[in-house]
Design a protein around this ligand. Structure first.
Ligand code: FMN
Length: 332
């Protein structure tokens, strides 16, 4: 996820057994062959044996673009740098990306989508799997199946389907039943994606899409133990206990420790808030912690707040006063 899931996050999220593979943020391909540093920035794991996270979970490099020649040139570059698999993004809804003809805009034309997949597939050969990520369409779903079939015919080895059109953005509901229509017609593995935040969501998505495998995006940030929970349930039928605040805080503190060695402290605080923002939408304790910490800009104060016994108790006095002010005004 662009701007959200970098190599450190991939490392943290794959420490517990849950994920089978991960994917990088997209490398934006326009017309030129990009220099190696761009690939290493998005995928530092290229420098490791086998291109994996430290827990040995494979990392697939994602490209986003529409020009077949440019995609092919960058696919060859990625291959030279050691990529083990390439994923093509036809799902990005961003206006800027789509205006420049990338991401979900290719869902308007199955032939162009196929040309992109075929160019990359031919550039890297049979040994390097090329996978694709699509939405159900751009502004309607009428081409969903055509695009999926086109990707398969052009050489995609696996298809992840985010169950919404581009115009639906991230608005619920996710139309998992549409993934089922695609799944019925394709021979390659189809992976369901969109709005899987709990075991119940997984069960519904699996039932409606007939896909055993799912891709987690925001759900993995909202609950960093969601993937291990799903995996455990798949294997044993048992439900693991809900993720506690202490477990979430532990992940956030490890993240802070990793990021502060490479980024300015203020940026790390913003990243922590960004991650907590995903947690607070799905968990009451995280929401209370976020509320208590949202004005803090000092990294050490923020970390102290994460490990505090209660939302307010770990805050420096000046922040406790700040957070208390609205109540005082209301009381007046
Ligand atoms: C901030 C953000 C950044 C994203 N960046 C990417 C990306 O770089 N590549 C990609 O394939 N999908 C990206 N996505 C889409 C997610 O992979 C996923 O398809 C979408 O969020 C729906 O799944 P979810 O409900 O599990 O999050 C991004 C989503 C968000 C919210």
């Amino acid at each position: 996820m662009e701007g959200v899931i970098d190599a450190n996050t991939r490392d943290l999220l794959t420490r517990q057994q849950g994920f089978d593979w991960t994917v990088t943020e997209f490398v934006r391909v326009v017309d030129a062959r990009l220099p190696p540093r761009v690939f290493y920035k998005h995928c530092p794991e290229l420098a490791t044996q086998g291109v994996t996270t430290p827990s040995r979970i494979p990392v697939h490099l994602q490209l986003l673009g529409s020009d077949p020649d440019a995609l092919a040139a960058n696919a060859r570059q990625a291959l030279r740098l050691g990529a083990i698999s390439l994923d093509l993004n036809f799902g990005c809804p961003a206006k800027l990306v789509n205006r420049h003809d990338g991401g979900a805009s290719l869902m308007r034309d199955p032939h162009r989508l196929a040309a992109a997949v075929a160019a990359v597939h031919q550039a890297v050969g049979e040994d390097i799997p090329v996978t694709a990520k699509i939405r159900l369409g751009f502004s309607h779903r009428r081409l969903a199946l055509d695009c999926a079939l086109a990707a398969e015919a052009a050489g995609a080895r696996q298809l992840v389907v985010h169950a919404r059109t581009r115009d639906e953005g991230y608005r619920p509901p996710a139309h998992w039943e549409w993934i089922g229509k695609i799944r019925q017609r394709l021979r390659i593995p189809v992976v369901a994606n969109g709005d899987i935040f709990t075991l119940e969501d997984y069960w519904k998505a699996r039932t409606l899409s007939d896909c055993t495998d799912v891709m987690l995006g925001r759900g993995a940030l909202a609950d960093p133990l969601l993937a291990p929970r799903l995996k455990h349930w798949q294997r044993t039928g048992e439900r693991l206990p809900a993720t506690t605040w202490a477990q979430r805080a532990q992940v956030l503190m490890e993240y802070a420790a990793m990021q502060r060695s490479i980024l300015p402290a203020k940026v790390v605080v913003s990243l922590l808030k960004q991650w907590m923002n995903h947690m607070r939408a799905r968990d009451e304790e995280s929401a209370a912690r976020f509320k208590a910490l949202r004005r803090i800009t000092d990294l050490d104060d923020f970390i102290a707040g994460l490990s505090a016994d209660t939302p307010e108790s770990g805050l420096p006095a000046r922040h406790t006063a700040l957070n208390a002010r609205p109540q005082a005004i209301a009381a007046d």
